[in-house]
Design a protein around this ligand. Structure first.
Ligand code: XLS
Ligand code: NI
Ligand code: NI
Length: 437
């Protein structure tokens, strides 16, 4: 069998002192943290589209990532060959999961029927490769944004024919995800939004999108797919305003249309920052409402205002992510999917290894640091103390719903000793977190 990465062997854990760039210094899959292995906390996944289909094009330039396995055609042969490439890569990396869009793994045909047949051919090969390697599918999804027919959206298209094309694609993608034992199914509304309200019936578009998701769930149930549905927020790009703007907008939509019983959120770092939030904010917001389902781990660039999808290397960021995930008790059946691409100047296949190794080590460090912070209880104790006036007396009556405005007024009416509450101690807490980094 052809080897596509002949110069790279299995990536091993060598510990923090290692100077081997093709080894893990922190990700030690069997190491136990808070009673669970790193592998199980982190549930890493490789994104098929970026890693095996990425070409390095940008709006100004042609492909720079010229891979042996991408012959420039979108043939079925190339698609089948890519399965070998991917499973060699993922096996050497030691990653337990992968994710794909239907069109990443198999070529689009002239009709929906032909596309479905192509997908079946590749799925059969994916299934074999999964069985040979033990690598599993974290989630599948459908690409409802690349084809020109989706220029006005897919489940929010003004054309019912286009809506039906999207339905056919999603039906098939769910079926294949199910066949491959996928643990989740993702909706990212690539063009589910608008460019101008002058031509848009927002109410009808939102109604149609919700109907679409209900139909997807009905279909999933009819074939016995019990995986988790995930909705992925993103504020803009490609459209000017996406309906799935951020966690709050998604959750409001899910509640309005009765979707919360079967849909959770897949939160992506670069999308959080594009929406003007931190990743930690989005995760915490989703988690406290019981809808944090999975993460797309990447990062944006401080100076670039678009979705640069870079590999995460920031230890503070990973620590903040893992603080929320540990507090939630884990993220399964979701995982940590590297929805990230190497820069177009990183032209060698080995750069794909460097990128993933760095990202996995960054998250492993984030996990260890977050666990250490939690073990000492430094943040938790401070926060608990900060709200302790609500633990008893009238504070407790507020929380249990017994207190009234009149009673609260009486509580302070004649008092002149109301202080500027205790200090928030932000700088001290930042210094404490730095002790653990
Ligand atoms: C694009 C999205 C996409 C989804 C899957 O910005 O992040 O990659 O994760 O369709
Ligand atoms: Ni994503
Ligand atoms: Ni993205």
């Amino acid at each position: 069998m052809t080897e596509y990465f002949p110069d790279v062997g299995r990536i091993e854990y060598e510990g923090p002192e290692s100077r081997n760039p093709l080894a893990f210094r922190h990700y030690n899959p069997d190491e136990i943290v808070e009673g669970r292995s790193m592998r199980d906390w982190l549930r890493f996944s490789v994104a098929w589209w970026h890693t095996f289909r990425g070409t390095g094009t940008d709006p100004f330039g042609a492909p720079t990532l010229l891979r042996d396995w991408n012959d420039g055609t979108d043939s079925l042969d190339a698609a089948l060959r890519r399965v070998d490439v991917a499973f060699e890569f993922m096996t050497k990396l030691g990653v337990p999961y992968y994710c794909f869009h239907d069109r990443d793994v198999a070529p689009e045909g002239a009709t929906a029927r032909e596309s479905a047949e192509n997908l079946d051919r590749v799925a059969a090969r994916l299934k074999e490769a999964q069985e040979e390697t033990g690598i599993r599918l974290l989630w599948g999804t459908a690409n409802l944004f690349s084809h020109p027919r989706y220029m006005h959206g897919a489940a929010t298209s003004p054309s019912v024919d286009v809506y039906a094309c999207a339905a056919a694609q999603v039906r098939k993608a769910i079926e294949v995800t199910h066949e491959l034992g996928g643990e989740n199914y993702v909706f990212w509304g690539g063009r589910e939004g608008y460019m101008t309200l002058y031509n848009t019936d927002m109410k009808r578009e939102l109604d149609h999108l919700a109907r679409f998701m209900h139909m997807a769930h009905d279909y999933a149930q009819s074939i016995g797919f019990t995986g988790q549905f995930l909705f992925e927020p993103k504020p803009k790009e490609p459209t000017k305003h996406q309906y799935d703007f951020d966690a709050a907008a998604c959750l409001n939509f899910m509640r309005q249309y009765g979707l919360t019983d079967f849909v959770k959120l897949n939160i992506e770092t670069n999308h959080a920052t594009l929406a003007g939030h931190t990743m930690m904010h989005e995760l915490e917001y989703a988690s406290i409402q019981g809808v944090l389902g999975s993460i797309d781990a990447n990062t944006g660039d401080l100076l670039l205002g678009w979705d640069t999808d870079q590999f995460p290397t920031d230890i503070y960021l990973a620590t903040q992510v893992m603080l929320v995930i540990l507090k939630q008790g884990g993220i399964a059946p979701g995982g940590t999917n590297f929805d990230a691409k190497v820069r177009r100047e990183s032209t060698d296949p080995v750069d794909l290894f460097h990128a993933h190794i760095g990202a996995m080590d960054t998250f492993a460090r984030g996990l260890k640091i977050a666990a250490a912070i939690r073990a000492d209880g430094v943040l938790e104790d401070f926060v608990r103390e900060r709200y302790s006036s609500f633990d008893s007396g009238i504070g407790q009556r507020v929380e249990s719903g017994q207190a009234t405005l009149v009673e609260l007024e009486e509580h302070i009416l004649d008092r002149s000793d109301i202080t500027l509450c205790p200090s928030g101690r932000q700088e001290m807490l930042e210094n404490i977190v730095n002790r653990y980094i």
